[in-house]
Design a protein around this ligand. Structure first.
Ligand code: C2E
Ligand code: CA
Ligand code: CA
Ligand code: CA
Length: 280
């Protein structure tokens, strides 16, 4: 075995080495994937809890890697954020989502689908971001009022001046803002009050605990009430069981998404859903 100059054996952790290599190949693979347009956008439906009406979709990026199979966004989005590729990734998802949203709008005048796009803090902090969104909307013809940008609570405490200016610009355009994974962060209520936010998305970890016994309902109830007080829409994510729907309805939550209603899928699956709705 190799020895260091001080005589102690060199610490070589093969798993660490592999992790690093893996991370480096993933990074260069992602760079190539962006150039080769290997990424795709899937869409998960959102429904009104009272009427069961299909009201929107959330765009979720997918990477079908030629050798590794599907790489989850939880793995490659952070890499994109750390390397600056998030801007290009974000532009790709946004332009796909707006173009698709407009296609759906033209296909069926009966369903006015909202399209939600996840946006990372890094994107928001970039000067050009507002202009890019505006340009994408113009190019696609998709109405700003039907676009929702989802961002996590961390924006409420980071670089507030820039973020506030950016969110106000979106408000003026008519684009709506959702706070994603709400309740998992550390935002204070006053921040939430000061920011032009339109929607609270209740994190899946809270919805998971809606077992039906009522014991774990208070957190969700608090968020729904907060939403009502601040005149915000509430959307619950990660609904997997019917009991959760009953609880959420009772608590006054307005919209929901989750595997129970539909998994994220290619645009065509949403088109089928829409056509089925329109035919009713
Ligand atoms: P998120 O924004 O909180 O998205 C919800 C995640 O929960 C999605 O995972 C979705 O597939 C999953 N999900 C939906 N319903 C259920 C359910 O009933 N049960 C369970 N167990 N999971 C459910 P996904 O697609 O793997 O995305 C993970 C995260 O990656 C997203 O969390 C979001 O933070 C990020 N992400 C995805 N697409 C983009 C993107 O285009 N841009 C950025 N910046 N981030 C993205
Ligand atoms: Ca989201
Ligand atoms: Ca979430
Ligand atoms: Ca998230």
């Amino acid at each position: 075995a190799k020895e260091r100059r001080d005589g102690r054996p060199a610490v070589y952790d093969p798993s660490l080495h592999h992790e690093l290599l893996d991370r480096m190949t993933l990074e260069s693979d992602l760079r190539r994937a962006l150039i080769d347009q290997e990424l795709e956008v899937h869409y998960q439906p959102t429904y009104m809890l009272d009427s069961g009406e299909l009201v929107g979709v959330e765009a979720l990026v997918r990477w079908p890697h030629p050798e590794r199979g599907m790489v989850p966004p939880d793995v490659f989005v952070p890499i994109a954020e750390q390397t600056g590729m998030i801007h290009e990734l974000g532009r790709f998802v946004l332009s796909q989502a707006c173009a698709q949203g407009q296609e759906w709008a033209e296909l069926s005048p009966f369903v006015d689908l909202t399209v939600s796009v996840n946006v990372s803090v890094k994107q928001l902090q970039r000067r050009e971001f507002v202009a890019e969104v505006q340009e994408t909307l113009r190019e696609s013809g998709f109405p700003p009022q039907r676009l929702v940008l989802e961002m996590t609570e961390s924006i409420l405490v980071s670089d507030t001046e820039t973020i506030l200016r950016t969110l106000r610009a979106f408000k003026e355009m008519g684009v709506r803002i959702a706070i994603d994974d709400f309740g998992t962060g550390y935002s204070s209520l006053s921040y939430l009050h000061n920011f032009p936010v339109d929607i609270l998305k209740i994190d899946r970890s809270f919805v998971e605990r809606l077992s039906g016994t009522g014991a774990e309902e208070s957190l969700v109830e608090t968020i729904v009430h907060l939403g009502r007080t601040l005149k915000l829409e509430t959307i619950a994510e990660g609904i997997e069981q019917p009991e959760q729907i009953h609880a959420l309805r009772r608590l006054g939550c307005e919209q929901a998404q989750g595997y129970h209603f539909g998994r994220p899928g290619p645009a065509e699956t949403v088109t089928q859903l829409m056509l089925a709705t329109a035919a009713r």
